[in-house]
Design a protein. Structure first.
Length: 311
């Protein structure tokens, strides 16, 4: 993977809701959701983490938007089951005219339910989109072409499958690009990729759903130092969250990731924000000891509505 060096950016403060450029034309990424595939509250959960939580406490599933206000273009990274509500958030942030397509494209990481099933809303039963570009790796494209109901989206030309290849850069426009790279993760139906999103002056890594760092051939310490913002898998805070064998769900624990990255400079740690929280993860709550501990060690937590300029 090509090494990139971007200008440092202070991410220790609360994310801004407006562009950092004076004319508002700076491209940016927008966090549309932060939870693991099952969302929060999670179906069937009677534990304290979900019990008694209503619609006002609902957390959306992890997804990211890439926006260029100058051109009006908008792309999604991962299509979650919460797509309708997330598109409303995107429309509130950067509205488009009735004549414009809802999206300029979608990039998929893999074939787990929180990351692609939002495509169902592009079909004739809902949006009825026309040729929305959907970029995916070879096994992911094959999965969508050969399995219903996704194959119907292809056959009816609601979506147009676009090829992604490991390490090959996709040029979105004259100032934005995206690069997929293979990462270790369960591959029942497709491979899994992370993404590097590059703007005019800053870069973001999207790594919401991965396996433990020991399974990686490349040290995560290198990756987080090559971007300005790293949105990292924070599914579980610590090992005792589930009453099951955690080896079956080998995500890197937040406490393990923090220990690994503890020696990095303050500026680098400030650019690491955890995402993709399981419903059991205490970091979902702003008032939890876990949240306080994460921030005390110089790291951050992604929240719905966070906006990061790429200029």
């Amino acid at each position: 993977m090509q090494t990139i060096r971007m200008h440092p950016v202070d991410l220790t403060s609360t994310p801004t809701t407006s562009s950092t450029s004076e004319d508002g034309s700076a491209p940016f990424v927008l966090v549309l959701g932060t939870t693991q595939d099952g969302g929060h509250p999670q179906i069937g959960c009677k534990l304290e983490c979900c019990h008694g939580h209503g619609q006002q406490d609902r957390q959306l599933i992890a997804s990211l938007a890439i926006v260029d206000p100058r051109s009006g273009e908008r792309w999604l990274v991962d299509a979650s089951p919460d797509l309708p509500e997330q598109l409303r958030d995107l429309e509130d942030c950067c509205p488009r005219s009735q004549e414009q397509a809802t999206l300029d494209g979608i990039f998929l990481t893999h074939a787990h339910i929180g990351h692609y099933t939002g495509l169902m809303y592009l079909g004739r039963e809902a949006l009825g989109s026309r040729g929305t570009p959907v970029w995916a790796m070879p096994d992911m494209r094959r999965f969508l072409r050969e399995n219903g109901p996704w194959s119907q989206l292809v056959d009816l030309q609601n979506i147009h499958l676009m090829a992604l290849d490991d390490g090959e850069v996709v040029q979105l426009n004259d100032r934005l690009s995206l690069q997929p790279f293979l990462v270790p993760h369960r591959a029942e139906f497709s491979e899994t990729v992370g993404f590097l999103i590059r703007g005019p002056a800053r870069a973001v890594a999207w790594l919401p759903d991965i396996d433990q760092w020991g399974r990686w051939s490349r040290p995560v310490e290198e990756l987080v130092q090559e971007v300005d913002l790293a949105l990292l898998d924070g599914t579980f805070y610590r090992r005792d969250e589930l009453e099951r064998d955690m080896n079956e769900v080998p995500h890197p624990l937040i406490v393990e990731s923090m220990d690994r990255l503890a020696a990095l400079p303050d500026q680098v740690r400030a650019g690491v924000r955890f995402i993709h929280f399981n419903h059991t993860n205490p970091a979902l709550r702003e008032d939890s000891e876990a949240t306080q501990a994460i921030r005390a060690r110089g790291f951050g937590l992604a929240r719905r509505g966070d906006r990061f300029s790429l200029c």
